[in-house]
Design a protein around this ligand. Structure first.
Ligand code: FDP
Length: 313
């Protein structure tokens, strides 16, 4: 019998996939709740007010109405999940305590709408989430029990790992996330590069690394949104994203807790690497919620080469 176009025989939904990962029920519940919340975020992105909120976040950046709304959507869902003790968000100044520490609870750090400055020009944006067991949020990223991101592009996709492979789900016409790629793996070296930050502010090592990539014939593929830029490298299985130290910003731009740790956990679990130029991102011990770091993330070979150039090689 001919196969009906656009359908697959077995549609594996997120909850069913999570159950096969041999993790505790509270974590399954939490990841499903975050996936549910993303449905309201995508609705806000598609139809919400594009104006400013009249407030600023802990980095002094002007918040958009969409940043504030997405943050509220995520936070409410996490609070009502019943399995979260502490929450940190890129849009909140302090840690929000939902409930006192008790067995089986999790803490969550998230960026509700990364790349929100791209919404008004209709480019892709995303939500990034990092999950720890217990109440401590300032700990090395290697201790994450799960990390995920949701990409709001022409399609909505979700990528998660609980440390047992990296898997992609896509939202179908019923707004359910169904499995589209399982056990995604990165190659050792790539031919795509996504360089963040102004190049005339790069240090000599970073400039040399970029020239090396250009000479190698690598393709420049940079959208300005961390989630779509990382997603491209992960789905193609090759490439490197960097947002290095700049001469007026020695820690680069991206935030360890909300952006780097979760993405590093995902990429490393897919066989890639993530470094700040001197040590693995996942080994950094964050001292504050707003800590930033330079980053080189993607194929292991590319990240290794970047660190060699950064260190004068
Ligand atoms: P945005 O400020 O638009 O929210 O950390 C946020 C981020 O976007 C990333 O998504 C992106 O990689 C980076 O900043 C781009 O920053 P600049 O355009 O300021 O270099």
């Amino acid at each position: 019998m001919p196969k009906e176009a656009g359908t697959s025989k077995f549609q594996i939904d997120l909850r069913r996939h999570l159950r096969s990962q041999n993790i505790c029920d509270n974590l399954i519940h939490l990841i499903c709740e975050i996936a549910e919340a993303s449905k309201y975020v995508i609705n806000a992105v598609r139809t919400g007010d594009l104006g400013v909120a009249g407030t600023s976040n802990l980095y002094g950046e002007e918040q958009l109405a969409l940043d504030v709304l997405s943050d509220r959507i995520m936070r409410k869902r996490l609070i009502h999940s019943g399995v979260v003790c502490n929450i940190a968000s890129e849009e909140m100044e302090t840690i929000y305590e939902c409930q006192a520490n008790a067995g089986g609870l999790y803490s969550v750090a998230y960026d509700p709408l990364d790349g929100s400055s791209l919404v008004d020009v209709n480019l892709a944006v995303g939500t990034i989430v990092s999950i720890y067991s217990g109440c401590e949020l300032l700990q090395p990223g290697r201790n994450q029990v799960a990390a995920m991101y949701i990409l709001y592009g022409p399609r909505v996709s979700m990528v998660y790992t609980v440390g047992k492979g990296v898997h992609e789900f896509t939202m179908n016409n019923l707004m359910e996330f169904t499995l589209t790629r399982e056990n995604i793996r990165m190659e050792a070296e790539g031919n795509i590069y996504a360089p963040g930050g102004l190049r005339n502010k790069y240090n000599p090592g970073d400039e040399k690394f970029i020239r090396h990539l250009e000479e190698k014939g690598c393709k420049l593929r940079y959208s300005g949104g961390f989630v779509p830029d990382i997603n491209q490298i992960l789905m193609k299985g090759k490439g490197v994203f960097m947002y290095p130290a700049l001469n007026d910003s020695p820690d680069g731009k991206l935030r360890v807790l909300f952006e780097l740790n979760p993405m590093a956990f995902i990429i490393v679990n897919a066989g890639g690497a993530a470094s700040n130029g001197h040590m693995p991102i996942l080994d950094m011990v964050p001292e504050s919620l707003d800590q930033r770091a330079p980053v080189y993330i993607g194929c292991t070979g590319d990240v290794k080469q970047a660190t060699e150039f950064v260190n004068g090689g």
